[in-house]
Design a protein around this ligand. Structure first.
Ligand code: URA
Length: 245
């Protein structure tokens, strides 16, 4: 094994169950004594550090306390999505989390409940986090948009601009050690990049002035449609675990 290859991970029963739940294949090394069986997960791509993010960050003129910030989002009328929403979907989770997950935008179920990632994609996200040894409650989950685009269409540029400061303020408040951008909309928006998720994932980026380590992975909705890509997402989660060590 070369210096760049990660050591095979010894996974506990819980994580094996989670990998099974995610539908990820792993291999067990039977050449080792039974109590030292290693599940060998597909290796990740080389660890690379990107150029500094080119994102311009205007200083947000927003409240710096959680309650007022959430209230500002609830009352937001900056774009037309406010007209069709049932609820705004503010971030949720541990406000002191080490990991912040950033998704795209609320879907139907999120709009109904006013909470991020509570539909089918959310269930898979929970399983992905658990596979990485993280409970949903231990991370902070937010979206690029706080309101549901009609018919779950992609967010447009003006909508993302309108919501940017709300997300920035949540990032500033949480000060996560790592951001996990789930899907192309989050990744491209945060990194100000036109590259596809498949090219952005698998390596470390850095976000904003404080250069917060940022990893990209596939969006759980995409993984539900294309389960064969789950192994790559698992590689990304391994990078996340490595970063947290
Ligand atoms: N997809 C997202 O990107 N965010 C959610 O909150 C739900 C689904």
């Amino acid at each position: 094994m070369s210096d760049h290859e990660p050591a095979p991970l010894l996974l506990d029963q819980r994580r094996r169950e989670m990998l099974d739940a995610m539908g990820i294949q792993y291999w067990v090394r039977r050449d080792l004594p039974a109590d030292q069986h290693h599940e060998v997960i597909p290796e990740h791509e080389p660890w690379q550090v990107s150029q500094e993010s080119m994102l311009e960050q205007p200083m947000p003129q927003l409240p710096t306390d959680w309650e007022s910030l959430q209230s500002a989002v609830s009352n937001c009328r900056k774009c037309s999505l406010s007209q069709g929403r049932q609820n705004t979907v503010f971030g949720a989770g541990d406000q002191n989390a080490r990991v912040m997950v950033v998704g795209e935008a609320p879907g139907e179920e999120e709009d109904r409940q006013g909470l991020p990632f509570v539909g089918r994609a959310g269930l898979l996200l929970n399983q992905m986090l658990l596979a990485a040894g993280l409970s949903r409650e231990s991370v902070y989950i937010a979206n690029i948009l706080n309101c549901r685009p009609p018919g779950n269409r992609n967010p447009d540029v003006e909508e993302m601009k309108a919501c940017h400061d709300y997300l920035q303020q949540q990032i500033d408040l949480v000060q996560p050690e790592v951001i996990l951008a789930a899907g192309g909309v989050a990744a491209k928006n945060l990194l100000q990049s036109d590259e596809a998720v498949g090219r952005l994932r698998g390596r470390m980026h850095h976000y904003g002035e404080s250069k917060i380590p940022l990893l990209v992975t596939y969006h759980p909705s995409y993984l539900l449609r294309k389960p064969s890509e789950k192994a790559k997402s698992w590689q990304d989660l391994q990078l996340l675990m490595k970063q947290l060590q």
